[in-house]
Design a protein. Sequence first.
Length: 236
Amino acid sequence: MGHLPTAAVKNKITKITPTKTHTRSFLPGKCWVSDTKGPMRATSVGGCKYYTVYVDAGSGMKVVRFVNSTDAATQQANFAKDMAWSKAQTGRKVKVFRSDSGSDHPVLPLIVNDMAISMMTMAMLSHPGLAKRWWTEAVNTAVFIQICVPHSSNATTTPIKAFTGHKASLDKRREFGCNAYNMANEPEKRNKLDPKATKYVMMGYAKHQKAYKLYDLEQKKMVTSVLVQFRENVPW
C-alpha cells in the first residue's frame, strides 16, 4: 500500500490515549513529587512570587515553600530541608523524587491537586478588604485544610495522620481574613484603661503549635494565639 500524502496524514491524526500502566505504590516518606507555580500577580508580604508544593505519594502529605526565585540553588536548598524533615518524621529515606522542572508534567498536577489549591486560595482572598499580597497565607491555609481531610474517595485516613501518625482536626477552623480579637494573656497585669483584647485579622493556623495566626493591623506584625474570639461575616 502506498504512503498517504502529508496533508492526508495530518487530517487523520487523532488524540492517542496513553496505555494504562500499573501505578506503583509507596510507603509514606519513600516518594515525593513537587510542582512549582508562579509568578503570581501580586508579590507577597515576604517578597515571594512563586510557591512549590511537595507531596508525599504514599500518604498525600503536603509541604509548601514560598520563594522569590526558582533558581536551582533555592530549589535544592528547600528540597534538602523537606527531605530531611520527611526522614525524621517517617524514619524512611526518600528513594524517588519527581519534579515538574518548570514543565507541565502530565501526572504531577493530579497528585499535587494544584487546581484545588488555587481555587481555595482565590476564594479566601475574595474576603472584602483583604489585600492580594496575603496570598502566601491563603495558600498555607489551603494546604493545611487539604492534609486534614482524606485526599481521595478510597482513602481511609487523612494525609497528616498517615504520614505523622498524629490526628489533626478542623473543628476549630475559622473564616480566613475575618476579624479576630486576641485576649490579653495576663489580664491581671493589664492597665484598667487598656482594652481587654486587640483586634487582628485571621491569617490561618500555626505550623508547630495548635494556635491561630493573626495579623496585627496597628503593629504590622504576625502573632499566634489560642485565646481568640472571632467575628465572622462582619466587615472590617
